[in-house]
Design a protein around this ligand. Sequence first.
Ligand SMILES: [Zn+2]
Length: 107
Amino acid sequence: MNPDTKRFLSVQMMWIGISIAISLTLSFLLPFPISLVAIIGVFIAMNYYMRRRQMRRMGMGMAGGFGGIFGAGSGGGGVNYVCMACGQRFKGGSCPRCGSKMRRADF
Ligand SMILES: [Zn+2]
């Protein structure tokens, strides 16, 4: 098994363990109908939190993938810039139209 998957699974198991521990604690501390509601609330909150974490992880993975594609596609041709002052597209250090060095990368 690859170590990334293994780490992911152990984190998953840890979260399941934590949510079970919390539910057990709640069911001890609270009377029945309230404890059930609280447990469901905890599970929903956990789920939401996990999903957000995973989304962020996936987003980063995708950005890395796109970076790789762009890197391969441009073939060392350099990055295009857009002048912040006049909007001229150019390559290199400064704008050929107005000479401004204020620029942003344009993909
Ligand atoms: Zn310019």
